[in-house]
Write a protein that binds this ligand. Sequence first.
Ligand code: G3H
Length: 536
Amino acid sequence: MEKTTVFREMKDIPEQFTISPVKQQEYLIDGEIFYWKGEFIEVVSPVCLKEGDAVKPAVIGRYPSLTAEESLKALEAACRAFDSGTGKWPMMGVQERIGCVKDFANLMKEQREEIVNLLMWEIGKNLPDSRKEFDRTVEYIIATIDALKNLDRASSRFEMDGGIIAQIRRAPLGVVLCMGPFNYPLNETFTTLIPALIMGNTVVIKPAKHGVLLLRPLLKAFQTCFPRGVVNTIYGEGKTIIGPLMESGKVDVLAFIGSKRVSNILEKQHPMPNRLTTVLGLNAKNPGIILEDADLDVTVSECIRGSLSFNGQRCTALKILFVQEKIADEFAKRFSDGVSSLKGGLPWDEDVKITPLPEEGKTGHMLSYIEDAIANGAKVINEGGGVVDETFITPAVVYPVNAKMKLYNEEQFGPVVPIVPFKDLSEPIKYIENSCYGQQVSLFGKNPAELARLIDQLVNQVCRVNINCQCQRGPDSFPFTGRKDSAEGTLSVTDALKVFSIRTLVAAKESDLNKRIINEIVKERKSGFLSTDFIL
Ligand code: G3H
């Protein structure tokens, strides 16, 4: 009997979503696009293709495996472009910098279709979510421009206090190494890249392991819209190309979204830790706490979206569900029925929710969580849950989970959902207190007094308490951060402008001479910093 599979032959993939291998040779350093002739890294899609009886992961392209030499050239270019703060870009007026970013956003929009298709093939994100990732990123750029205008307007006046007259603005920090994650390779890279750039920093971008090719259609736009050396791109093995950058001590800001393991290595490599600013989005294990009076319709649908959107591969995903014992069986049944109805397939299939996973060995890793939980007394309660087909695994609802199981503490970052029944609320509270993570929590219930008590306890443990709603980053105007090992720095549209800059002021005693000097500088527009120009 033929084995059932979600995978197909290339000829059965709708024409608009087919792909021809992308052989990327280009990398951008110092305003020049170079063509690499050395080693390459093959890009293997999570989407497999059927060839006769065989099913094999599709090879969809390759990208340069640069060496430390090119990587250091990129860093030198960024350093030259910053030039201790005297480079063209950091000295440029805010209005002009905004113009460059606007031009970039316009050119970026032209690449939507190609980037969306690459998102699907490189990381397996479904079509609506891939489109959303692209559109949300463009909206983020526009919102960043508006936020900067507001910030600049507020600092275009002088302040006087204690006989001192001062103008306080935000100045760039220097050279930013920008490394995004594979699960939001466009959006989360840009939520650090754009604020870093617009504040006058210069940047070296290293894309995540998966989701590299999708930045290629933007290289020309980077080259056209920004002065040379302001944006540089490097590709290859992290160990080879990132270690030397950090060890050089010339990186001023590390903007990294990924694992705490890697961020710890990178931070330690920097010889001058006080010079290094870190903006980090790291691991999380956000719990859902479901109280006995919760509205189960709302709770089940929020928990399904919260735990399984993009196959659970979101840092904000609900990664463990604590359910009050009295309703635990009923919740588990309704939740697993809902999960069983999620359609699995390829990213462009209509209504598909569960798709293949891009990380090597990930389905096996998910199975090992399931086996460990079963060995410790749990079951997979949804029919057909946890069945592997190459890079695809059907989501598994594991119940009842306890503290002996790996799924209880480890961040699974995939489509396996542990449900833990609890007697006393102290269990989930203690869990959060003892966790090394502190991003968000979701509370489901109806009793205002009980919820209020929990809110007051938990706001000092995590950075967002969601009521009757899944955990999430958006809207992007809201602060996004975490405590403990989950994050460093806050990344809303306005907060991001702040983390990539530093408050700097020019101050003088209120003497006649100083007033005359300041007046003349301002009136004759002699300084970019000391200025009352108001952006409209
Ligand atoms: O991977 C973490 C993302 O920042 C989560 O964003 O909540 O909008 O999916 P999201």
